[in-house]
Write a protein that binds this ligand. Structure first.
Ligand code: ADP
Ligand code: MG
Length: 696
């Protein structure tokens, strides 16, 4: 128990009522929570801006100095607001209070100089500031220093909390805690030349210069990421040292035969490299847990197959699991065609496998004559028993829970090796964190001869031209995807527009057959619709994002994405990966309404300018923050980050990881007295986890 654990209600000026509000709004309970509620940005207190210089639709918060010209109470009762005109001689803006209007009217007067601080917005033809902070008349400009701008909720603002309240509270706590216990061991502070904790906290709340602010930020980010990495690495080391695995010591006939006689095309350099990595890992005697990342179309299936052959060469069975029936079937057909001539026995198990086939599968799995089982979730049902399962490949992992992965591990005396394949390009620094306990292999090269997909941005009003372009592709014998958004909150409306779209398309392209899929169809119906598109009987597929993952129809060269502005970048990239899989030039048309925000335009334009999945993922993460990257993150981070940003602090992530590894190399159990502080901090961080849904 240190002063940092003190209940926030005991702080001067807070008290029980305000403490409750702080807890409810920001989860601030203790002095420590208050100290770690950091400003998001800073305003130079020495700089006064002129109203006449306000520009752009996204002004930062600024300081203005001037006088009130008039005050007007507008509206009645609960809707009453106070609107004041404020001028600094260069221009005039409105200052508006929706809350406590009467009290504010009492507080301020005309003919008196005030410094007003807030975020200007342009509304109804003039600039205004809502609920700005206002320094009392006569307050002198600070000669130096920066004012922190703190994240606040509307409710707190309405109850009179301001950035000044937070800065004041932090200063108060720090003044009363002259000796704040250090949270990093001295040798790390020294090695990375970090500020001590107290100095860093003082500086982050009330920096005298930009330079000290940078140092404070670095110290606090480093600390956060360091503990994150320490936690992950400690877990990873425990797992890898304790989990024994099958040793696949040899490469034999299956692999060599395939490589020499049946390989349909030369492997890319990247495919060769990752096969070597996987092979080495499976031969090391510990259980492999590896993530295989490769952009759409990079040829992950072939890597899966060839490494499964290594399992067979060592006398084991292998299993490939896909997230949907369509995908499982496609994998099954591709793989069977490739290896059937070598006498490899491959079978498909899904929810719709007939009883007779199921019985054959069951008995062959048990007597070991079935080499490779491919399927959906059905393969991990309890009743599925292998004789000797040694290797499991999971395609498109983000559709599977970790728990399901774990269930597989109980299908043999030792856990099988696991390869998780994903086309979601996760930036390296993020992968290091989210998949910290997995080893990572990357296919960073596409097979030769691929023509990059041409991506075009089109507006609703020019729809006709787009339809004509599609007609030309159809006439050439190509196939076309037309994709509609289907977002949960909007499901009803979305389904409606999907149906209308479908009718519309059938009307326009009367000479062609149009297939139609969405997640709400019965599985048999969905499969039927997909299969007529895959076989070419239908030339057009109208669908939701159910086709996002894995579907392979090389003759489909055009994709039209409706309401493209509603999709995330990574999702657009996944969708686009369905075209550009054959010889022909492929196109992806992003259809959007004309009126979109600047950010949305930027996102869509990025899609038109690059097909590099990693670039897109990095940009996506920068624009939306790592928490949003589709699904990949949920199971990820063990505790909240206050200041570090996985998207932009890549270098510090790397540094922190190296530091954590050094510590564990020297003292794996953190038993040395100098590391006692690490153990204490880790358990404290872990006990502070608020969002239990993040724990998987
Ligand atoms: P993904 O990584 O998206 O799962 P696939 O494994 O489906 O990619 O491969 C995409 C396409 O590329 C398939 O049609 C496959 O046959 C082809 N392909 C894979 N490897 C190569 C290669 N080395 N050379 C040429 N084509 C390849
Ligand atoms: Mg695939």
């Amino acid at each position: 128990m240190t002063i940092a654990d003190c209940d926030i209600k005991f702080l001067r000026g807070i008290g029980p009522k305000r403490a409750e509000l702080l807890d409810k709004n920001l989860g601030i309970k203790t002095y420590r929570d208050m100290l770690y509620h950091f400003p998001t940005h800073y305003v130079d207190r020495t700089t006064i801006r002129h109203i006449s210089e306000f520009t752009g639709d996204d002004m930062p918060a600024v300081q203005v100095r001037g006088r009130f010209v008039s005050f007007n109470m507008i509206g009645e009762g609960a809707k009453m607001r106070l609107v004041a005109l404020f001028t600094d001689k260069t221009g005039t803006m409105e200052v508006v209070w929706f809350q406590r209007a009467k009290a504010m009217r009492e507080l301020y007067r005309t003919h008196t100089d005030y410094t007003v601080f807030g975020k200007p917005t342009f509304f109804n033809g003039r600039w205004s500031m809502v609920h700005p902070e206002i320094d009392p008349p006569g307050a002198l400009l600070a000669r130096s220093g920066f004012r922190g701008v703190y994240p606040l909720t509307e409710q707190l603002r309405n109850r009179g909390f301001s950035s000044r309240t937070f800065a004041g509270a932090a200063a108060e706590i720090l003044a009363g805690a002259q000796t704040l216990p250090e949270t990093l061991p001295p040798y790390i502070i020294e090695k990375y030349r970090l500020l001590d904790l107290r100095t860093a906290l003082c500086a982050i709340h009330n920096p005298a210069t930009m330079d000290i602010l940078d140092k404070a930020r670095f110290r606090l980010k480093f600390e956060e990421l360091f503990y994150l990495q320490l936690d992950i690495q400690r877990y990873a080391r425990r797992r890898s040292s304790s989990t024994q695995g099958f040793r696949f010591g040899r490469v034999g006939e299956f692999f060599n035969n395939f490589y020499n006689q049946f390989l349909p095309f030369p492997l890319t350099g990247a495919q060769k490299r990752v096969i070597r990595e996987i092979r080495a890992d499976m031969g090391a005697g510990r259980q492999m847990n590896r993530l295989l990342q490769g952009d759409v179309g990079s040829g992950k299936t072939l890597v899966a197959l060839m490494t499964m052959l290594i399992a067979l060469d060592n006398g084991f069975q292998a299993c490939l699991m896909a997230p949907t029936e369509i995908l499982a079937t496609q994998h099954y057909e591709t793989i069977r065609e490739l290896v059937a001539p070598m006498g490899v026995n491959v079978r498909l198990l899904t929810g719709s496998t007939r009883k007779k086939e199921r019985d054959i599968i069951d008995s062959q799995l048990r007597d070991g004559t079935l080499h490779i089982l491919i399927g959906t979730h059905a393969v991990i049902e309890d009743r599925v028993r292998f004789r000797n399962l040694g290797y499991v490949v999971i395609d498109e992992q983000h559709r599977f829970g970790v728990a399901q992965r774990a269930r597989l591990w109980t299908k043999n005396t030792l856990a099988p090796h696991v390869l998780v394949m994903t086309a979601t390009p996760i930036p390296r620094t993020l992968a290091m964190t989210v998949y910290g306990d997995l080893d990572v292999s990357v296919i960073d090269e596409l097979p030769p001869g691929r023509k990059p997909v041409q991506t075009l941005l089109r507006y609703d009003e020019n729809r006709l031209l787009t339809y004509q372009g599609i007609a030309r592709q159809l006439k050439m014998g190509r196939q076309v995807y037309i994709v509609y958004p289907l977002i949960k909150e909007n499901e009803k409306l979305d389904l409606q527009s999907l149906e209308e779209g479908y009718e519309n398309i059938r009307e326009i392209y009367r000479d062609y057959r149009v297939a139609y899929v969405h997640g709400k169809l019965r599985p048999e119906e969905k499969d039927y619709q997909m299969s007529i598109f895959a076989s070419g009987e239908a030339q057009i597929l109208v669908s939701t994002t159910v086709i996002e993952v894995g579907v392979n129809v090389p003759n489909a060269t055009t994709m039209l994405i409706e309401n493209a502005e509603r999709f995330g970048l990574s999702q657009l990239h996944q969708l686009r990966g369905r075209v550009g899989r054959g010889e022909g030039q492929s196109y992806c048309i992003l259809m959007t309404k004309r009126k979109i925000t600047g950010d949305t335009r930027k996102r869509l334009e990025l899609m038109t300018s690059t097909t590099n999945g990693f670039e897109i993922a990095e940009a996506d993460m920068r624009m939306r923050g790592p928490g949003d990257i589709e699904g990949t993150m949920q199971s990820g981070i063990p505790f909240d980050l206050h200041i570090a940003n996985l998207a932009t602090d890549g270098q510090i992530v790397q540094l922190a990881r190296d530091a954590a590894c050094d510590v564990l190399d020297a003292d794996p159990d953190l038993a040395s007295p100098v590391n006692a502080v690490l153990v204490r901090q880790l358990s404290q961080l872990n006990s502070r986890i608020r969002d239990w849904s993040k724990i998987s």
